[in-house]
Design a protein around this ligand. Structure first.
Ligand code: MN3
Length: 249
């Protein structure tokens, strides 16, 4: 029973990554195009990925109205404006290559490319809350967090503190650094730790959007409450998969 469950989680995680991978790291394939197809005949390099759950799946911690606006309006605008910016860009469309030279990109490329990538990660790193269970890190990532921070509660507190202190709009991240160390870092606007402009660089394992549009409808100015509730939504099996990929890569 336990083995079966683990197997299922692994398959689900891999499936999720494969789907998101085709959207994040390459041109959209035919299947994705038909899924996300617009009324236009023109093929755009990037498409808005569907949420991996219903708009109300994260209730009561993130409300349906916020999810509809955040995904259908905010994320869609990043995708549309990124596609627009790419029309006058002749370089690689690969995110890792793009972000590695973020400092030389136009603001439209940097902000909208970052916006698309960051939100795609953010959606897949959440899942519906399970009543009556503690949403705790799992497997190899749990062990690594314990080694690094003593216990996962200390880790969550440090991460939450950094997310809370971001001035204005930005993101808080858990990354695997090039030295294969877990690190918490923050970025402004739609920057991310894959970008050469990021003070701390690494491969994302967790991503938290602290722009006001992510929480203002429900939480108003209470960012701390939003962060505290976000922990109940973290998709730890997905984070563990990203962690293992980053450690192996
Ligand atoms: Mn956002």
């Amino acid at each position: 029973m336990k083995e079966q469950r683990r197997d299922f989680i692994k398959k689900t995680a891999l499936l999720g990554l494969a789907t998101i991978g085709s959207q994040l790291f390459g041109k959209v394939d035919e299947k994705a195009l038909s899924t996300f197809g617009t009324d236009s005949q023109e093929k755009e390099p990037f498409a808005l990925p569907e949420l991996p759950y219903a708009y109300d799946a994260l209730e009561p911690f993130i409300d349906k109205e916020t999810m509809v606006l955040h995904h259908d309006k905010h994320h869609k605008a990043y995708v549309d404006n990124f596609n627009k910016a790419l029309k006058s860009y002749s370089g690689s469309h690969d995110f890792k290559e793009l972000f590695a030279s973020a400092s030389s990109l136009s603001p439209a490329m940097r902000n909208n490319g970052g916006g698309h990538y960051n939100h795609s990660l953010f959606w897949m790193l959440m899942r519906a809350p399970k009543e009556g269970t503690v949403n705790e890190a799992s497997g190899a990532l749990y062990a690594a967090l314990k080694t690094m921070y003593g216990n996962t509660e200390t880790f969550r507190k440090e991460f939450s503190d950094q997310a809370l202190k971001i001035f204005g709009s930005g993101w808080c991240w858990l990354v695997v650094s090039p030295e294969k160390q877990l690190k918490i870092c923050v970025t402004a606007n739609q920057d991310n730790p894959l970008m050469d402009v990021s003070v701390i660089k690494g491969t994302p394992v967790l991503a938290l959007d602290v722009w006001e549009h992510a929480y203002y409808l429900k939480y108003q100015n209470k960012r701390a409450d939003y962060i505290q509730n976000w922990w109940k939504l973290v998709n730890w099996p997905m984070a563990e998969q990203l962690y293992m990929d980053a450690m192996a890569g």
